[in-house]
Ligand binder design. Sequence first.
Ligand SMILES: CC(C)(COP(=O)(O)OP(=O)(O)OC[C@H]1O[C@@H](n2cnc3c(N)ncnc32)[C@H](O)[C@@H]1OP(=O)(O)O)[C@@H](O)C(=O)NCCC(=O)NCCS
Length: 198
Amino acid sequence: MSLKSRLRRPARALEGATVVVRLGETLQTERLVLRKPREADAQALFEAYTQDAEVTRYMIWRPHALLAQTQDFIAGCLMDWDSGLRQPYVLAFWDSIESPIGMLEARLRPPLVDIGYVLSRAHWGRGLMPEAIRTLSADALSLAGVFRIQAICDAENRASARTLEKSGFVREGRLERYSVHPNIGHEPRPCLMYALCR
Ligand SMILES: CC(C)(COP(=O)(O)OP(=O)(O)OC[C@H]1O[C@@H](n2cnc3c(N)ncnc32)[C@H](O)[C@@H]1OP(=O)(O)O)[C@@H](O)C(=O)NCCC(=O)NCCS
């Protein structure tokens, strides 16, 4: 079965007063496929960026020293994907969908979706992440139960702030002492809140 024929429309359901939000299992952009992770992705992600101290500088986790850490991370992604808590997509080019180069995660908290993202350094600067974020955001905001997509980044993470601005997000404010980024220090750091609403 071709990839395109496997694409599913975003599903949504109302269960009593609780809004359940679910994005497609696969999303597509001009250059990228966003798909559910597989256990076998751990090796490619480890090689691409999970052990890279420059990529992980502003993340809330430390670089992985062992492949097993990335394997555990993927196992957690799959558990949360299946439970409906979050949809952490891996990003891959259309012509090599088995070789992920990054991730874009949607944490499903209707009426909002909170996103996080990371890309292999080899692919920075080509507008790939804004392309992925724009597609995911449009998809999520087309759901009846979603009104807001938000993202929080370290106040010094210029590349991340620019990524959100290029994705159409609006800077709403600065959150003092908001989040610990352990690769920089142990104290909570200021962050910027960005959002795209409908
Ligand atoms: C943030 C990130 C996903 C951006 O992805 P991307 O596909 O490279 O995004 P873009 O190509 O649109 O570039 C966005 C900004 O990154 C910066 N940038 C681009 N190439 C860069 C490079 N080679 N080195 C450092 N920064 C670079 C620029 O500020 C750029 O803005 P500009 O287009 O106005 O010049 C990527 O830099 C990354 O993975 N960073 C590490 C993880 C991270 O910080 N994630 C966000 C946590 S909140």
